[in-house]
Design a protein around this ligand. Structure first.
Ligand code: FDA
Length: 396
């Protein structure tokens, strides 16, 4: 039986970070991953360029049933410390927008950095490792049955991630372990995920597929000012993805298609300045011809060929309200197949916010996305993975 100080289940962002942090403290560390390769989500992330952190990371960028839980770890390992690590590895990067930092070249640079750090302190990584059983030893510690090989460890770290994108190795194993040890699981759903529609919005989306519009989207008192992307099945793009983490099935979402305009005043101005023009001609430069035509066919079809001077002000006001507060009712989301993250997960009530250790099972730790901490889009989820991995790595 091979014996390690620390075994980490999952060689993703949080697991690898935890592994070398523990290794730097002289711990012997084994990372077990069920996939054929570690760090698959890192490689896929940020369109292949890994949005590895965000300059503006604050606890307000995270969702959790306990919003205070993430504060300690985020303070102890912050975005500046990760940037420092990236710079020490001479990885070129840039800020795209909204404080989002991406690799200039490839996500491979970030994975290589983590693996180099692991190698420097002798972390052992085993892929294609299927864990059948976890038992608590009589004198503490844990025994893991992995194929024919039993492994022993003093500390066990669950870093197996969430449920999104099963083809990248996602599994519910971390939640099964939490249940085995009697921890509460908060109901999980897909987050940072495109919305789908079964009504007329689906037709608009299909017709305008590929079009990106700068909007403000809101639901449940949360608003995001970013781009909305129409797709064949519904809406995506940063604004929709952000909002999906706050949306509950059955709710309407509000889209302000002209967030910088007092649209009613604008339409009245159009009426004065261009009385003979059609509304669609005037709106097309602001919203694209195709989208304006789609909206016209639903909201002002009777006035489609009427000069704006002939459209009553009350109708213009109604159109303005619609453009500033377009109400859409998603039928659902694309689900875990395309979601970037899993909302909720292991209830943080059971976990120390300082060490990530389970309060009821000494030696058992949970880090990363498996926990009920979910970041906004923009590098926050990786920052949580680094910070929570670091927190546990300092104590295991
Ligand atoms: P992660 O998913 O990284 O790792 C879990 C590991 O556990 C995997 O290696 C998996 O194979 C392994 N595993 C699963 N089940 C197991 C089992 N039974 N036994 C052993 N191992 C097991 N975030 C961000 O901040 N910026 C970005 O640019 C992106 N981009 C992005 C793109 C895409 C397509 C996705 C799906 C997600 C993102 N994210 C992101 C989110 C980010 O990838 C995610 O939040 C972190 O990878 C979570 O880190 P973890 O280490 O917790 O899980």
């Amino acid at each position: 039986m091979k014996d390690y100080d620390v075994i980490i289940i999952g060689g993703g962002a949080a697991g690898l970070f935890c592994a070398f942090t523990a290794g730097q403290r002289g711990q012997s560390v084994l990372v077990l991953d069920s996939s054929n390769k570690v760090g698959k989500k890192i490689l896929m992330s940020g369109g292949g360029r890994c949005n590895f952190t965000n300059l503006d990371t604050t606890p307000e960028n995270f969702l959790s049933n306990n919003p205070h839980f993430c504060i300690s770890a985020l303070n102890r390992y912050n975005q500046w410390q990760f940037i420092d690590l990236v710079e020490r590895h001479e990885i070129p990067y840039h800020e795209k927008s909204h404080g989002e930092l991406f690799c200039d070249n490839s996500s491979k640079d970030i994975l290589k950095m983590l693996l180099d750090e692991c190698a420097a302190v002798g972390v052992v990584i085993e892929t294609k490792s299927i864990i059948h059983q976890i038992e608590v030893g009589e004198e503490g510690g844990f025994t893991l049955s992995v194929g024919e090989n039993p492994f022993k460890c003093r500390s066990l770290v669950v870093a197996s991630g969430g449920l999104s994108i099963p083809s990248l190795g996602a599994s519910g194993f971390g939640y099964d372990i939490a249940e085995q040890f009697g921890l509460n699981l908060l109901p999980r759903t897909a987050g940072l995920v495109p919305f789908t529609f079964s009504d007329w919005v689906k037709d608009i989306s299909e017709t305008n597929s590929g079009l990106s519009v700068d909007v403000e989207m809101s639901v449940n008192d949360m608003s995001f000012r970013e781009n909305l992307l129409f797709t064949h099945r519904g809406i995506s793009g940063p604004a929709a993805l952000q909002l999906s983490s706050y949306w509950k099935p059955g709710q309407f979402i509000s889209v302000n298609l002209l967030p910088d305009q007092n649209t009613e005043a604008l339409l009245l101005e159009f009426k004065k300045a261009n009385p003979k023009s059609l509304l669609r001609t005037l709106l097309a430069p602001l919203l694209s011809k195709g989208l304006v035509q789609s909206l016209e066919s639903i909201y002002w079809a009777t006035y489609a060929d009427t000069a704006i001077a002939e459209i009553p002000n009350g109708v213009l006001q109604y159109i303005a309200d619609t453009l500033n507060n377009w109400q859409l009712k998603p039928s659902g989301t694309e689900g875990y197949r395309t979601a970037e993250v899993t909302l909720c997960g292991v209830d943080t009530d059971h976990i120390s916010s300082k060490t990530m250790e389970c309060k009821t099972q000494p030696g058992l730790y949970f880090v990363g996305e498996v926990l009920d901490v979910t970041g906004h889009l923009g590098g926050y989820n990786f920052q949580w993975a680094w910070a929570s991995g670091y927190a546990a790595g300092c104590y295991v």
